[in-house]
Design a protein around this ligand. Structure first.
Ligand SMILES: O=C(O)CCC(=O)C(=O)O
Length: 275
């Protein structure tokens, strides 16, 4: 077992996130990067806009990441042994593309309750200050859900540019990761990330999120995969796992899952953004 140790669990409890956790080899990460480049070349529209979500339904490479035992051991240390994959997102920042992520709490808009869930951010490339790694407001997960202003900034990678204002920068920390390293963050932690100022891509594959089987979707519908343990609650529709890249039925599933996700993200929104 690669469970988190006592210090790592304390870090998560005190700060709202834990990192870095070594989970994949450089060879495994290279394979994932190649898969992204292959999909982008052969199906140029597949990973843009809403399509950046739930790529694990159409690619066995991404599916296997979600079911990786090292990642699941770490996740189990936080949410217990009955684990579902509740969705994934690719956060890609191309060099000089100006994309950023405003300060936000995932719990504000994702709709998973109770908060027995955790978001796993896997670095496919380096993630550092220069290329716009995440920055976390330490301890903010212990506070309440904060007001978020929908800004719809065109460079914001969040759906409606939802933003927590007046974050004290001196209480934040960078979440620096090397390729193959993971961070786990709490649903309530306030976090964000700046633009990529380097000359290389920054790629994060985010399991958003791993949820305990006791977690419901209170805004809309979500499809799930059993990652570990048993689902006695049966709140969600379980899906199959892909055995080949871009299988016709899997594409239909990905599109259906993304339509549902979009309804969740844009519930009560004044307009629809580009993701
Ligand atoms: O990739 C990023 O920069 C931000 C991702 C994020 O906000 C999240 O995973 O919750």
């Amino acid at each position: 077992m690669n469970s988190l140790n006592a210090d790592q669990i304390k870090n998560y409890e005190d700060h709202g996130f834990v990192a870095p956790i070594n989970v994949l080899s450089l060879k495994e990460v290279k394979r994932i990067k190649e898969e992204i480049e292959h999909i982008e070349k052969k199906w140029p529209n597949e990973l843009i806009g809403l399509g950046r979500n739930n790529v694990h339904y159409i690619s066995p490479v991404f599916d296997q990441v979600c079911h990786n035992s090292k990642i699941l051991d770490a996740v189990e240390s936080i949410i217990g042994k009955n684990i579902l994959v509740g969705g994934t997102t690719l956060f890609i920042k191309d060099p000089d593309a100006k994309g950023f992520v405003s300060w936000h709490q995932d719990a504000k808009y994702i709709g998973f309750e109770p908060y027995n869930w955790v978001t796993a951010w896997l670095a496919i490339t380096d993630a550092n200050e220069e290329n716009g790694c995440m920055r976390m407001w330490l301890g903010s997960h212990k506070e309440k859900i904060k007001d978020h202003k929908d800004t719809y900034d065109k460079n914001n990678l969040l759906t409606r540019g939802q933003t927590v204002q007046n974050v004290p920068i001196e209480e934040t920390a960078l979440n620096i990761l090397k390729p193959g390293q993971l961070s786990l963050h709490h649903p309530m932690i306030v976090h964000g990330s700046g633009p990529n100022k380097s000359n290389k891509r920054r790629i994060g594959f985010v399991i958003q999120s791993y949820i305990g089987t006791n977690v419901d979707q209170v805004i809309g519908k979500v499809y799930v995969q059993q990652a570990r343990g048993k689902d006695t609650f049966k709140y969600h529709e379980h899906t199959t796992r892909p055995v080949e890249l871009m299988n016709k039925d899997d594409i239909i599933l990905k599109n259906k899952a993304n339509e549902e996700l979009s309804k969740i993200f844009y519930k009560d929104a004044k307009k629809i953004g580009k993701y």
